[in-house]
Design a protein around this ligand. Structure first.
Ligand SMILES: C[S@@+](CC[C@H](N)C(=O)[O-])C[C@H]1O[C@@H](n2cnc3c(N)ncnc32)[C@H](O)[C@@H]1O
Length: 234
């Protein structure tokens, strides 16, 4: 099994420490994203508590990638999109501000869900942040699914874990990847899946790779087709 650092993609430099916290009007950030203006990750991450902000360069989707992915997933107005393993909500928050999507995030760490909900309030965006796992969801409830390598942490050494609040191990990695493959396989035709740095598994056979591009890492867009020439599959 490959190393988690490679699975998670490029490591950006950690944010430099700030002298003191100043209250911010985060609704202005949402407004800028709505107008198509990109925000520096360091500025956006100020919405999160310092402890989880430090994890951003490895574990949370960069703003530029989140904007791009939200547009790739929102091919119909108000598309219902799901982030599997939503963390503190960075992808979902940016997607809700930058697109017309109706965004849901599912995350197994309760305190991350709390942080994400708090950030959504500060930003003034509407996101359905749920505590749970993929087994709790119906794939037919979503038009698009986002995966930023959610299970790679299971393969990391303990000092690289986000925290100790959930059990992490290689067996769990394989089981979560297989559950995700089954979830994707049972999704309706037309479902779009975007991966950023992969998800550790194989896309089920009915999915066709529509696009592959580089944006601070590899983004792939897959669409579930009822029938497709085998040459189109990967
Ligand atoms: C790489 S982070 C991505 C966070 C978010 N998607 C983003 O891009 O900003 C992966 C997240 O998935 C969560 N996760 C891992 N396995 C999970 C599972 N089986 N069910 C729910 N969440 C999970 C982790 O707790 C972590 O917050």
């Amino acid at each position: 099994v490959s190393r988690p650092a490679a699975l998670l993609g490029p490591r950006r430099g950690p944010p430099s420490p700030r002298r003191r916290e100043t209250p911010r009007d985060f609704s202005a950030i949402a407004e800028r994203l709505r107008r198509g203006v990109l925000i520096f990750d360091r500025r956006f991450d100020e919405i999160f508590p310092v402890a989880v902000r430090r994890a951003s360069c490895v574990h949370w989707t960069p703003v530029e990638v989140a904007v791009r992915v939200s547009h790739l997933l929102t091919v119909v107005p108000s598309a219902r999109i799901l982030d599997i393993g939503s963390g503190v909500g960075k992808f979902c928050l940016v997607a809700a501000a930058a697109s017309t999507a109706r965004v849901t995030g599912i995350e197994h760490r309760t305190h991350f869900v709390d942080i994400a909900r708090d950030a959504a309030t500060k930003l003034g965006v509407d996101v359905d942040f749920r505590r749970g796992s993929i087994e709790d969801l119906d794939p037919a409830a979503f038009d698009g699914i986002y995966l930023f390598n959610p299970f790679a942490e299971n393969l990391a050494s303990p000092e690289d874990h986000l925290d100790k609040t959930v059990e992490l191990n290689e067996t769990r990695f394989h089981s979560d990847v297989e559950t995700t493959e089954r979830f994707l396989a049972s999704a309706p035709y037309g479902t779009r899946v975007v991966t950023y740095c992969g998800f550790g598994g194989q896309m089920p056979g009915a999915y066709v790779l529509e696009r592959r591009e580089r944006c601070a890492g590899i983004i792939e867009v897959w669409v579930k087709r009822s029938s497709a020439p085998s040459s189109a599959r990967r």
